[in-house]
Design a binder for this molecule. Structure first.
Ligand SMILES: O=C1O[C@H](COP(=O)(O)O)[C@@H](O)[C@H](O)[C@H]1O
Length: 234
């Protein structure tokens, strides 16, 4: 199935448009199944999107107590560390929404457990999960979640992998793997800024080695980008 690209004039417009889409997607899923499920990402555009959801006048179209929140990857740091994707999402929007704490499923923190055991524990917790939508920030090198080009996690058959010597700090991370991400009904790839333009262009041209080119929703794959991220090579 071909991916569809939606270009937006600015990072703020991108964030507001993705927030609006997410509200509608979660509301639709709740109308169909009674519950909705989203996989969150980290990164700069994600933080803007979460703030836009929090500030949206339409946000109460979603019953937030019936949304399952998962994470696509995590920086393996102690609980509460400001660099954890969980901390970012909680501060940007989860703490402002009437979520059910039992439906918020952060990846384990580096609180005395090793990364491989943490990956295995998260795999157990999501074994029965259904994902309506997976959000994935795209990195400058074309990584998504913590699947970096050329790294073993990219071909790891486990549902969740521990990543070591990450090219982007911190060095230890946890990530959903391709077999898990690609179970989602919809995958939304998010890219903002000129630094992402090479990765976006190469992924859309099907560069086989790029993680961002390897994720696909079962029903729909969207690239939600801004103009700078879609710019042709100068
Ligand atoms: O480290 C990470 O980075 C990417 C992208 O971040 P950005 O700031 O360049 O948008 C993110 O998708 C991933 O979840 C995160 O762990």
């Amino acid at each position: 199935m071909t991916a569809v690209v939606h270009n937006h004039a600015s990072p703020q417009l991108l964030a507001e448009a993705v927030a609006a889409r997410l509200i509608v997607r979660l509301s639709d899923a709740q109308a169909e199944r009674g519950v909705a499920s989203v996989v969150l990402t980290g990164g700069r555009i994600a933080a803007k999107i979460y703030a836009a959801v929090r500030d949206s006048p339409a946000r109460d179209a979603v019953n937030w107590s019936r949304v399952e929140f998962w994470w696509g990857d995590e920086r393996f740091l102690p609980s509460g560390d400001p660099d954890r994707n969980e901390t970012q999402a909680r501060e940007a929007f989860l703490s402002s929404l009437p979520v059910d704490p039992d439906r918020v499923h952060p990846m384990p923190a580096a609180d005395g457990v090793d990364a491989a055991a943490a990956a295995s524990a998260y795999a157990d917790s999501l074994a029965a999960a259904v994902f309506d939508v997976v959000l994935l920030g795209v990195g400058e090198d074309g990584h998504v979640a913590s699947l970096f080009p050329g790294y073993p996690a990219l071909t790891d058959p486990r549902p969740v992998a521990d990543v070591h010597d990450s090219p982007k700090p911190p060095p230890v991370r946890l990530t959903l793997t391709l077999p898990t991400l690609n179970t989602a009904a919809e995958v939304w790839l998010l890219a903002s800024g000129a630094g992402k333009a090479d990765a976006v262009r190469e992924a859309l041209n099907g560069a086989a080695s790029l993680p961002a080119a390897k994720v696909h929703g079962r029903e729909r794959t969207l690239w939600l980008v801004d103009t700078d991220a879609l710019a042709p090579r100068s």
